[in-house]
Ligand binder design. Structure first.
Ligand code: ADP
Ligand code: MG
Ligand code: MG
Length: 876
């Protein structure tokens, strides 16, 4: 008995739960073997053996060799054939198989065990010389490529020439003689490129092949794939060695791939392709156009029936749609691989719902299978194809969804324009981490360079924003701030449309179709609503967003930011007059102008949310954000003619200078503004109550919740609450005052507020955790400066596991939230609690909110369905 760990498992020894050790392919082959399906015999070398191989400097240790030898002996006994036998040689495949499926990323070698001698045996024993040499040329090509590192095109080129000279259209038309000639030229190619001969020693072939498959874990495409899919680089791959079954022996043979259901619609029908007289690689390689699986029903009815049975069995067994490789050898069906089939979002939902209806899985299982990315896909906006499109260029479809916005050519402008309420598309030759704030601010991203894994593509996908990259058909002139596409010139500020699903760049603002909520999604959401405990609200600043949110099932508005309402040109002018005012009555008259506008905004929102709570946050940003930039003003001043204009500009410059702060985010903003200038907040509160009254008079049920931002001290809230109550007294009818009529609460976003939650709760009806600011202030990371700078470094070097602005820092920030909830509720048991930062739309953060018993999460309208599902997943 060896004391060494077991590094090789026969296919009868493993099972589906051993994926980590045997890889997905090996574990499933073992599971299928156990359940009696026709799987060619073989064995699996473990991922641990692969890691040991890397540890010992890419060397196969003797112990592993010995274990492989003994497994091979067993295989030889089972099959009655021997590797290297000159009469009836055993041939095997050597296949990679990682823990997480990485389709086509690593290497496989078929027909191993052939050499100049055994090929004669194979020909004689099968009575099929052409077949034997077909296998041999395939082996030499795969071996040459995978083990000896000769690029495939060298072989392809020779194959092509051979076919051309022989007048053969297809591989099947090549004769035994033809293959022999090709083999001769393949061999000299190997000699020429590597200085050595194709190894005739079959055990050496096996050892080299195993090594090569191990090493293929680290090839470039596998690394890139792992980076994109967040698969760890240290797992290693298992290696499966299996007796060959032959789909290339004649016309009663073939090979194919079948999905147990349609992976793009979810329909309950077999979906796939097959080739007659071919080996596995041919289907993917596109050597010939395969037939659809439906054709198999006519061509080989018995096999089709068996295959359909296998599909049904595997689907029942794994309780999910399977992606299956099969080969037919002389009228006998073999299964070579099964795995959970990849699917698009629509199919994912339909499959999950259908499986529940078929009794295969529970509602909870179905909900657990929904990934946020599925909903992202389904819920993205699309281009209205019925319109005539003015196509500028087509690039790579890097991140799905359609976006419209005005062109901007640098990240700072993108961020600035967005802040002033405009929709922008960021256009760059390529993006770097320094552009992150611009990416964040834009509706979509267009780059002229870089592939699907370029910075822009990866970041945009991460943010769920549409992105078209590598669009070489456009010329971006950063100096002139314009983009040229053929005859068309797009200047900064011109509207364009991106379709990240097809890569199209379109001139102008094309109407977009809103996301489709399918019947299956509705069903799933209904199940989610039954299960979840958390409420789901939305962040919405205007009636349109409120309606969208409601149509997605939002149960209220958790954050309505009022500052965005002031950026429209007419309002901005009044706002600036208000800020510039030296005397109180001057300020008041500007505010009087703003009041009816605010009121009509609120009426629209109350109407859209009839019957549901609407949380309105009073003005939050520092006042200087409403004034022009100082250098812009100075430029204007230089060009001004009229004295009056000059005086005005000079005044404004002085005002901007006085308002200047070194740390505006820690400066005069939020409730600090409201306390020093109560008339601003008073106007907003009055507008809210007047809107509420007007709506209630029309029979609308209004539940307004007034939220005071940036409270750090109970006395701040106490004063502002008095202001709210006083105005309510003046504006509201008697029956609409008091606790039932409106609520007053605060955002908890300053750490001191969380620490003194008990005192603050005395003055608050609700707490809404503003986790963006709370994260910023708790970690001391400036949100506008961290990303793309040190934070990016931190994440790359794993100083932090997650971006705390995306996934709630549960340990730190989360602790503050939990403390504040407990303390707040102990002072006021009826206290309502929720969260309204970016985190409200993040799956893991939602799970945390569920755990600590918040009443609701609030997120952007498009994330509402996802949040409903995530809240249910948290409750399962
Ligand atoms: P990949 O992971 O790239 O699909 P595989 O290891 O699954 O690589 O093998 C590539 C192709 O070779 C597949 O079509 C597979 O079915 C086929 N194949 C692998 N092993 C055998 C075998 N023992 N007999 C016949 N065909 C095989
Ligand atoms: Mg495969
Ligand atoms: Mg804030």
């Amino acid at each position: 008995q060896s004391t060494q760990p077991k590094m090789v498992y026969g296919l009868t020894e493993g099972n589906a739960s051993m994926k980590a050790l045997l890889g997905g392919k090996g574990a499933n082959l073992a599971e299928m073997t156990r359940s009696g399906l026709p799987v060619p015999q073989g064995f699996t070398i473990t991922t641990e053996a692969c890691r040991a191989f890397f540890r010992s400097g890419n060397r196969i240790e003797d112990e592993l060799l010995a274990q492989i030898q003994s497994a091979l002996h067993k295989l030889e006994e089972e099959t009655g054939q021997q590797l290297g036998d000159s009469e009836s040689p055993l041939l095997v495949s050597v296949r990679s198989g990682s823990v997480t499926s990485m389709p086509g990323m690593m290497d496989t070698i078929l027909n191993l065990g052939l050499n100049d001698d055994t090929v004669l045996g194979l020909a004689a024993s099968t009575g099929n010389e052409r077949f034997a040499y077909d296998c041999y040329r395939r082996l030499i090509q795969m071996f040459g490529n995978v083990v000896l590192g000769i690029e495939s095109y060298h072989f392809e080129h020779q194959l092509h020439r051979l076919k051309k000279n022989a007048g053969a259209e297809l591989d099947q038309d090549v004769t035994a003689e033809g293959w022999k000639n090709l083999i001769a030229s393949y061999k000299s190619c190997i000699k020429l490129k590597t200085g050595r001969d194709f190894p005739q020693q079959v055990h050496e072939q096996l050892k080299l092949a195993v090594e090569a498959v191990f090493k293929s874990w680290n090839n470039n495409r596998a690394r890139i794939y792992r980076n994109i899919h967040h698969i760890p680089h240290d797992q290693g791959t298992a290696v499966n060695v299996q007796r060959m079954v032959f789909g290339n022996k004649g016309d009663d043979c073939g090979t194919g791939v079948v999905f147990t259901r349609n992976p793009s619609t979810g329909d309950n029908e077999l979906f796939g392709e097959y080739l007659v007289n071919a080996q596995g690689e041919d289907v993917v390689a596109g050597v010939r156009t395969p037939h659809s699986i439906a054709a198999l029903k006519l061509a080989m009815p018995v096999i089709y029936e068996q295959l359909a049975q296998v599909c049904k069995r595997l689907e029942r067994h794994y309780k999910d749609m399977q992606d299956i490789e099969f080969t037919v050898e002389s009228g006998k069906l073999f299964v070579l691989q099964t795995r959970t089939g990849k699917r698009n979002a629509q199919a994912a939902l339909k499959l999950a719902v259908d499986f529940v209806k078929e009794g295969l899985i529970s509602r909870e299982d179905a909900l657990q299978r929904i990934e946020p990315s599925h909903l992202d896909q389904l819920l993205h906006r699309r281009i209205d194809e019925s319109k005539v499109l003015d196509l500028l260029a087509v690039g790579l479809p890097a991140s799905p969804g359609a976006a419209i916005g005005v062109a901007v050519f640098d990240a700072d402008s993108a961020a600035e324009w967005k802040r002033s309420g405009r929709q922008v598309i960021l256009i760059r030759p390529e993006t770097t981490p320094e552009d992150i704030h611009g990416l964040l601010a834009s509706e979509g991203v267009l780059t002229s360079r870089g592939g699907m894994t370029s910075h822009a593509a990866v970041v945009a996908r991460g943010m769920g924003k549409p992105c078209v990259c590598g669009c070489e058909g456009v010329h971006i002139d950063l100096e002139a701030r314009r983009m040229i596409a053929g005859e068309n010139v797009i200047e900064e500020g011109d509207w364009i449309t991106l379709d990240g699903a097809s890569g199209r760049v379109i001139k102008g603002a094309v109407p977009l179709r809103e996301a489709a909520v399918t019947a299956e999604l509705l069903q799933m959401l209904e199940w989610a609503d039954d299960i979840r405990k958390l409420g789901v609200y939305a962040n919405a600043d205007n009636p349109e967003d409120a309606e969208t949110a409601r149509s997605f099932g939002a149960e209220g508005i958790g954050l309505c930011r009022t500052e965005h309402m002031f950026f429209a040109p007419v309002r901005l002018a009044a706002m600036q007059r208000m800020i510039m005012a030296d005397a109180k009555d001057e300020r008041q008259s500007a505010l009087d102008e703003l009041l009816p506008m605010q009121q009509s905004d609120f009426e629209g929102i109350f109407q859209a949310m009839d019957g549901l709570p609407v949380t309105i946050r009073l003005l939050d940003p520092p006042l200087h954000e409403f004034l022009p930039k100082i250098n812009e003003l100075q430029r204007k001043l230089e060009n001004a003619f009229r004295t009056e204009e000059k005086i005005q500009l000079a005044q404004m410059i002085r005002k901007v200078q006085t308002l200047h702060e070194s740390n505006p985010m820690l400066g005069w903003r939020g409730c600090r503004l409201g306390i020093v200038y109560p008339e601003i907040y008073a106007m907003q509160i009055e507008a809210i109550f007047k809107a509420a009254s007007a709506c209630m008079d029309r029979g609308i049920s209004v539940h307004s919740e007034i939220m005071i931002p940036l409270i750090g001290h109970a006395s701040e809230l106490m004063r502002l609450r008095e202001l709210v109550d006083r105005i309510a007294e003046q504006v509201l009818r008697a029956d609409r005052k008091g606790a039932s009529g409106y609520k007053v609460g605060t955002m908890i976003e300053v750490p001191r507020a969380a620490l003194t939650a008990r005192q603050i709760a005395n003055h608050a009806d609700f707490f809404s955790f503003g986790t963006n600011d709370l994260t910023q202030m708790t970690l001391g990371y400036s949100r506008d400066d961290a990303e793309g700078k040190f934070l990016t470094h931190y994440l790359e070097h794993k100083v932090l596991a997650h971006n705390p602005f995306q996934a709630l820092d549960t340990e730190g920030v989360g602790q503050l939230i939990e403390m504040a909830v407990t303390a707040g509720r102990s002072a006021k048991p009826s206290l309502k609690t929720g969260i309204c930062g970016e985190h409200g739309g993040d799956k893991a953060s939602i799970a945390f909110c569920h755990e600590i018993g918040l009443d609701y999460v609030s997120c952007s309208p498009y994330r509402v369905p996802m949040a409903r599902i995530a809240a249910a997943q948290a409750a399962i």
